[in-house]
Each structure stands twice: as structure tokens, then as C-alpha cells.
Write a protein that binds this ligand. Structure first.
Ligand code: NAI
Length: 341
């Protein structure tokens, strides 16, 4: 609610500021896995976001320290740390947005699917709690393999009777962040202006960057350049896993990407018009693939519109054909796990 400014002598500057600050609605954001490699810098970045009024940090261990640390930053949100199963309900109660970077990351030589056995169970139990304690929250799924954990979450919510396809998002923003960086470097365009849609899924060849739609347009990229940019975007995660040599996967760039996507979701909830980000969501744009990443318009209820793919180059059409089999199998694996266990 807007606070009435009673003093007529308040300067117009103060008046404006007061309206600006106070017209932001209360928003509770919960981070599950907040003490992890992604969770900690993500907690920091969400603490810097003025759209957040309450920041809830949950993990199975270590959250009191992370919460105490982050809470000293002089920004809007109130921070609370929660630890262990019996505090999960409190952590989630009243959340508008739940971000999930809980679970094990890759080591060199592993695919995202190798994480399935551990992370599927973690995601299932966290989503069961979300259905119970904050069934209306938007959910941003970071835990890998995203191509399977999003379908798992959907099935858990369906079983609980709380599923709303507009509110479940697989976070693929890091693929977009990488595509923008690599494209800008190669095409020699300003990186801050670069835009590249990335569609499909979030693993290996299912990551399909659409450089034919990249802006600002560049005429100095050869077909070989496009192939190399595509591969680098698809293997970006592996590049980091190998460089970290057993100490985990992307955490800092992922936290940045997660914060960008969460901010877009909050803007959508707050009614900011024309908020568009790529995300892995329930979709009908590619037959036989019930979940698919593409540009999504975000609004007051989450997904407002799943946008189409736009015109694809022949190379991208081929890429789309080749990803279908793997993506379908990963989706089905998630559904099977959630419905049979
Ligand atoms: P990490 O091991 O550093 O942190 C994971 C955290 O999750 C730990 O603090 C752990 O205690 C916590 N955790 C485990 N079980 C939990 C439970 N039941 N409830 C709450 N918290 C729990 O791992 P990191 O590097 O932060 O990665 C997390 C996940 O994010 C991995 O699955 C990784 O593959 C994924 N990831 C996704 C990306 C994407 O683009 N979507 C990019 C990079 C990583």
C-alpha cells in the first residue's frame, strides 16, 4: 500500500522516492540449497534485489551462518536461515518464489543425467513440501538434470493437486548468458546489448542457441563460427566442470543467471509489462515434447505466454531434429521416476 506523505513540505525528491520504494509489494523469496556453491552467491544477489522483502535461506546444513552473514547487508529484505527437514515448512510458508539449487553438481566426466539418482529424490522431497506450504509460489528449478527435474516437479504437484503449469520454470538462463557472451566476443558487438534466444533443453545437444536470431546482427560470422559458437554454448558447463577439476560446476555465473531469471519472475508478478526470458516450461510448441525451453512472457501469474521459435536456419532446424530424442527420453525418465516412486 502507498504510504501517505503527510508533510506538505516534503521535497518532491523525497516524495518520489518514498512512493517508489513503498509501491513495491512484499515478496518472499525462498532459496533451497542456500548454503551450496550456487546457493551462497545467489543468496547474496537476491539480498541485493530491491524487489525482495523477505529472503528465506534453507539447506540441510550451514544456513544459519550464510543467513547471519548476508543479513548484515543494508538492503530492503529481512533474511532468515532455516536448517533441516523440520524447518522446511517455515522456510516455505508464504513464499511467492522458490528457487531450487539443491543437489549434487557434476565432476569431470559426468553428464547431467549422471546426477539423476541423487537429485531426483531431493527435488521430489522439496517439491512435496512446496505443494504443502506454498502451493501458489513460482518455482525456479536449477537442480540438474533440469530436463528431468522439471517433469518430476510437475508430477509431484499434480499428485498433490496443486500443479499450475504457469508457475514451474526450468532455469536455462545460464545458457542464454553464455550464448550472449560468446556471441558478443566473436561478432565484436557490445556484450551488454547482445541477445541470443536459446531453446530446447538444458543438457548437451538439447541446448540449442539460435544465433540466426542474435542481435545486434552481425555479418562477419561464417558457418564455421556459428558451429563453434553453438558447441561452446552447449559445452559451456563442461568447460567450467573441467577447469574446476573435481571441485564442482558453474556456481558464480549460475548464481548470476539465477538472479537474472528470478528478477524477471518478480517483475512479472509485479505487473511490469513485456518481461521475456527463455525458460524450460510446459509447452506445446514442439509436438511430442511436453516441456521445452523457449522465450516465455512473464506476468502476474507466472507464464503469460509461451512464445514460438521464430524462423530457424537450416543448421538450427537440424539441431532441433537431433535434440528431440534425448530431450523426450529425459522428460520421460523424470515422469517415470515421479509416478512410480
Ligand atoms: P553444491 O553441492 O555446492 O550445493 C548444493 C547444496 O544443496 C548443498 O549446500 C547441499 O547441502 C544442498 N542440499 C542437498 N540436499 C538438499 C535438500 N534435500 N534440501 C536442501 N538442500 C539440499 O552444488 P552447486 O554447485 O550449488 O549445484 C547445485 C545444483 O545446481 C546441481 O544439481 C547442479 O548440477 C545444478 N546446476 C544447474 C545449472 C543450470 O544451469 N540449471 C548450472 C550449474 C549447476
Amino acid at each position: 500500500a502507498l504510504r501517505r506523505v503527510s508533510s506538505p513540505s516534503a521535497s518532491s525528491h523525497l516524495l518520489r522516492r518514498s512512493y517508489c520504494v513503498e509501491s513495491k509489494p512484499e515478496r518472499k523469496v525462498a532459496v533451497l540449497g542456500a548454503a551450496g556453491g550456487i546457493g551462497q552467491p545467489l543468496a547474496l544477489l537476491m539480498k541485493l534485489n530491491p524487489l525482495v522483502s523477505s529472503l528465506s535461506l534453507y539447506d540441510i546444513a550451514g544456513t544459519p551462518g550464510v543467513a547471519a552473514d548476508v543479513s548484515h547487508i543494508n538492503t530492503r529484505s529481512q533474511v532468515a536461515g532455516y536448517m533441516g527437514d523440520d524447518q522446511l515448512g517455515q522456510a516455505l510458508e508464504g513464499a511467492d518464489l522458490v528457487i531450487i539449487p539443491a543437489g549434487v553438481p557434476r565432476k569431470p566426466g559426468m553428464t547431467r543425467d549422471d546426477l539423476f539418482n541423487i537429485n531426483a529424490g531431493i527435488v521430489k522431497s522439496l517439491c512435496t513440501a512446496i505443494a504443502k506450504y506454498c502451493p501458489n509460489a513460482l518455482v525456479n528449478m536449477i537442480s540438474n538434470p533440469v530436463n528431468s527435474t522439471v517433469p518430476i516437479a510437475a508430477e509431484v504437484f499434480k499428485k498433490a493437486g496443486t500443479y499450475d503449469e504457469k508457475k514451474l520454470f526450468g532455469v536455462t538462463t545460464l545458457d542464454v548468458v553464455r550464448a550472449k557472451t560468446f556471441y558478443a566476443g566473436k561478432a565484436k558487438v557490445p556484450v551488454a546489448e547482445a541477445n541470443v534466444p536459446v531453446v530446447g533443453g538444458h543438457a548437451g545437444i538439447t541446448i540449442l542457441p539460435l544465433f540466426s536470431q542474435a542481435t545486434p546482427k552481425s555479418n562477419n560470422l561464417s558457418d564455421e563460427d556459428i558451429v563453434a559458437l553453438t558447441k561452446r554454448t552447449q559445452d559451456g558447463g563442461t568447460e567450467v566442470v573441467e577447469a574446476k577439476a573435481g571441485k564442482g560446476s558453474a556456481t558464480l555465473s549460475m548464481a548470476y543467471a539465477g538472479a537474472v531469471f528470478a528478477d524477471a519472475c518478480l517483475k512479472g508478478l509485479n505487473g511490469v509489462p513485456d518481461v521475456v526470458e527463455c525458460s524450460f516450461v510446459q509447452s506445446t510448441i514442439v509436438p511430442d515434447l511436453p516441456y521445452f525451453a523457449s522465450k516465455v512472457k512473464l506476468g502476474k501469474n507466472g507464464v503469460e505466454e509461451v512464445l514460438g521459435l521464430g524462423p530457424l536456419s537450416d543448421y538450427e532446424k537440424q539441431g532441433l531434429e537431433s535434440l528431440k530424442h534425448e530431450l523426450k527420453a529425459s522428460i520421460e525418465k523424470g515422469i517415470k521416476f515421479a509416478t512410480q516412486s
